[in-house]
Design a protein around this ligand. Structure first.
Ligand code: ASP
Length: 583
C-alpha cells in the first residue's frame, strides 16, 4: 500500500491512527533535534515530524538527506500538534514518522513551488509539470474540470448527446487559416484540422441526432493576438427544429446554471441588444456592461460652431468618466498621449470638466458656451464631477477608439469587478461584410448562417442590408459564444456561396457534401459554440486563458516544454513527398 490517506485527509478525529502517506516534500524545517517536513499532494499538505527521541535513529538520519520535491512515503502515527495551523484542514495534527522511504529524489526545482513563485512565465512554461504542482495552477485545472462536468451534466440532462467529430478533415473557409496535415497514403494531398466542427454538426442534424454537443478542440492558424491559443476548446452545440429564441433561452439557462452552481451568483434575464445598438452605445459588439459610460453622439450639438476639427468629421462622440473632473492637466495630457499611441490611433481628445459647482471648463472653451457644454453633458449622461472625453473622426474607427478608452477608464476606476457578472446577447448581426481589399463580401459569422427569413429577397437587391439570424453571448466585455440559425435549403446555400464570390465549381468542390445532404430532407436547425477556455477563466474572475490550459502555447505559438513546432527528418519528408524550401 503506497498510501492509506491523501495529504488532505487527516484531522484530529484520526488521532493515534497508524497511517501511510505519500507525496512531495514541500518544505523542510530542521531544528537539529526535530525535523518538520510539509508533505504535499493534490489534496493538501500534512506536516510530518521526525523527532530524535521518538523516531528510529536511521529514519531520523535519512530525513536529514531529504530535499525539496523529493517523493517520499512514510508510515507513522497521527498526533495532535502543539502549535496548530488554523489555515489548513490538516492543521490540528501532524504525523510522527516511524519509517521513511524515498520513492524518488529530485533536483532542486528551477523556481519555487509556492503560490507566489520566483519563476517567470518562460521558465514556468518550460517546466510546466512543476508549475502544475503550484496551488494556483492546480486550482485552475480543478476549476476547469468542475465547469466541464457541470456543462456535460446540464446538457445531457437537457437531452443533448455528445458526439465526436473527426479531427482530420478538409480545409474549409471559416475566417482563419487552417492547420494542414499531409497525407502519406494520398501523396500530395492534405487534411486540415477543424477550425470548428461546423459542417459535421449540421450533418448530424440532417442525420436526425436532434440535440448535439461536444467539448471539442478547435484549431486556427491565426497571427497570435494576446491571449489567443492556436488550439482551444469549444462547447459546440447544434439543435434541430429551433428558432433563434429557443437557442438563446437554452444557453441563457446553461450560463445561469453555471453562474449559480459555480459562483453562487443569480443573474436576471440577459439583456438582448442589437448589433447596431451595441456599436452606437458602446462602440463595440462585445460591450462590458458592468459599468455605464455609454456613448453620447454629439454631431448635432458640436458641429457648425466654428470648431473646424469637428465640422468635417463623420462622428463626434463622447463619454462621461465618473468623478474624473478632478483630473489634473497632466493626467489629461497623459490620457491624450494614451489614445494617440499607434495601438489606439486616435488624433486627439477634447475634454470637458463638469465641475461640482455646475460650471464647465474645457479644451474648446473658445468655441462652445457653457450652455453648449451643458447639452453635451446631458447627452453623455454626465453628473457634476464627471469628465467628458470626446473624439471625432470616421464612424467605425472613432467608435473603436472611444471604446478602447472607455474600457481603459473602466479598468482604471476599478469598475470591471471580477466577481460581478454581466452577460448579454448581441443579436441581429449583418449577414455580410464588404471587404474593400478583396472587393468581396465576407460572411460576418460564417457562410452557413441564415438571413432573417423576411429578408431573403433583399439578398438580390441590397445584400449589404440583410441581417442574419446570428447572435453572440457576451460576458464582462468578452465574446464567450456565437452561433446562428443555419441555411437548410440547398438553393439558398448555393446563392450564399455565389454572393461570397465562390464559383459553382468551387462551391461544389468544397461543400458539395453539404449541399448534397440538404437535398435529403435537411431539417431547420441552428446552434452555438462557447469558447470553453475563456468561459472558465471569466467564471473564475480572470481573463488569461493560458492559466486554465494544462499545456498552453506561448505568444509565438510554441510549446516551449516539448519544443514544438520542430523540423521533421528527411525520411519523414520523403515519405510524405514533401520538400522544404528554405529562403
Ligand atoms: N462554428 C461557429 C464558431 O466556431 C459557431 C457556430 O456557429 O455554432 O464560431
Amino acid at each position: 500500500m503506497l498510501r492509506s490517506h491523501t495529504c488532505g485527509d487527516l484531522n484530529i478525529s484520526d488521532k493515534n491512527s497508524s497511517v501511510v502517506l505519500s507525496g512531495w516534500v514541500q518544505k523542510i524545517r530542521d531544528k537539529g533535534f526535530m525535523i518538520w517536513v510539509d508533505l504535499r499532494d493534490r489534496y493538501g499538505v500534512t506536516q510530518l515530524i521526525f523527532d530524535s527521541e521518538r523516531t528510529p535513529k536511521n529514519v531520523f538520519e535519512a530525513a536529514k538527506t531529504l530535499g525539496r520535491e523529493f517523493v517520499i512515503q512514510v508510515h507513522g502515527t497521527v498526533i495532535e500538534r502543539e502549535s496548530k495551523n488554523k489555515h489548513i484542514p490538516t492543521g490540528d495534527i501532524e504525523v510522527l514518522v516511524e519509517t521513511l522511504q524515498v520513492l524518488n529524489a529530485s533536483k532542486t526545482p528551477p523556481f519555487t513551488i509556492e503560490n507566489n513563485t520566483d519563476g517567470g512565465e518562460d521558465i514556468r512554461m518550460k517546466y510546466r509539470y512543476l508549475d502544475i504542482r503550484r496551488n494556483p495552477v492546480k486550482e485552475s485545472l480543478l476549476f476547469r474540470h468542475r465547469v466541464s462536468m457541470e456543462v456535460r451534466n446540464y446538457l445531457s440532462t437537457s437531452g443533448f448527446i455528445e458526439v465526436e467529430t473527426p479531427c482530420l478533415i478538409k480545409s474549409t473557409p471559416e475566417g482563419a487559416r487552417d492547420f494542414v496535415v499531409p497525407s502519406r497514403m494520398n501523396s500530395g494531398e492534405f487534411y486540415a484540422l477543424p477550425q470548428s466542427p461546423q459542417t459535421f454538426k449540421q450533418l448530424l442534424m440532417v442525420g436526425g441526432m436532434d440535440k448535439y454537443f461536444q467539448i471539442v478542440k478547435c484549431f486556427r492558424d491565426e497571427d497570435l493576438r494576446a491571449d489567443r491559443q492556436p488550439e482551444f476548446t469549444q462547447i459546440d452545440c447544434e439543435l434541430t427544429f429551433v428558432e433563434q429564441d429557443d437557442i438563446l433561452n437554452t444557453f441563457e439557462s446553461l450560463t445561469k446554471h453555471l453562474l449559480k452552481t459555480l459562483k453562487g451568483v443569480d443573474v436576471a434575464a440577459f439583456p438582448r441588444m442589437t448589433y447596431n445598438d451595441a456599436m452606437r452605445r458602446y462602440g463595440n459588439d462585445k460591450p462590458d456592461i458592468r459599468f455605464g459610460m455609454e456613448f453620447g453622439e454629439l454631431n448635432t450639438l458640436a458641429k457648425g460652431k466654428g470648431f473646424q476639427v469637428f465640422d468635417k468629421q463623420e462622428l463626434v462622440v463622447g463619454i462621461a468618466v465618473p468623478g474624473a473632473a478632478t483630473f489634473t492637466r497632466k493626467e489629461i495630457d497623459k490620457l491624450i498621449d494614451w489614445v494617440k499611441r499607434p495601438q489606439i490611433g486616435a488624433n486627439g481628445l477634447v475634454w470637458v470638466k463638469y465641475n461640482e459647482d455646475g460650471s464647465y471648463k474645457s479644451s474648446v472653451d473658445k468655441f462652445y458656451s457653457q450652455e453648449d457644454l451643458s447639452k453635451w453633458a446631458d447627452t453623455c449622461n454626465a453628473q457634476a464631477g464627471d469628465l467628458l472625453l470626446v473624439m471625432a473622426g470616421d464612424t467605425s474607427a472613432t467608435r473603436s477608439q472611444l471604446s478602447a478608452l472607455r474600457m481603459e477608464m473602466g479598468e482604471r476606476l476599478g469598475l470591471r469587478k471580477p466577481d460581478e457578472f454581466a452577460p448579454l446577447w448581441i443579436v441581429d448581426f449583418p449577414l455580410l461584410e464588404w471587404d474593400a481589399e478583396t472587393e468581396r463580401f465576407h460572411a460576418m459569422h460564417h457562410p452557413f448562417t441564415a438571413p432573417k427569413p423576411d429578408q431573403v429577397s433583399l439578398l438580390e437587391t441590397k445584400p449589404e442590408k440583410v441581417y442574419a439570424n446570428a447572435y453572440d453571448l457576451v460576458l464582462n466585455g468578452n465574446e464567450i459564444g456565437g452561433g446562428s440559425i443555419r441555411i437548410h435549403d440547398q438553393k439558398l446555400q448555393q446563392r450564399m456561396f455565389d454572393l461570397l464570390g465562390f464559383t459553382k465549381e468551387e462551391a461544389k468542390a468544397q461543400f458539395g457534401f453539404l449541399m448534397d445532404a440538404f437535398q435529403y430532407g435537411a431539417p431547420p436547425h441552428g446552434g452555438i459554440a462557447l469558447g470553453f477556455d475563456r468561459l472558465v477563466a471569466i467564471l473564475d474572475g480572470k481573463e488569461t486563458i493560458r492559466d486554465y490550459i494544462a499545456f498552453p502555447k506561448n505568444n509565438s505559438g510554441r510549446d516551449v516544454m516539448i519544443d514544438a513546432p520542430a523540423p521533421i527528418d528527411t525520411n519523414q519528408l520523403e515519405e510524405l513527398a514533401l520538400t522544404i524550401n528554405k529562403y
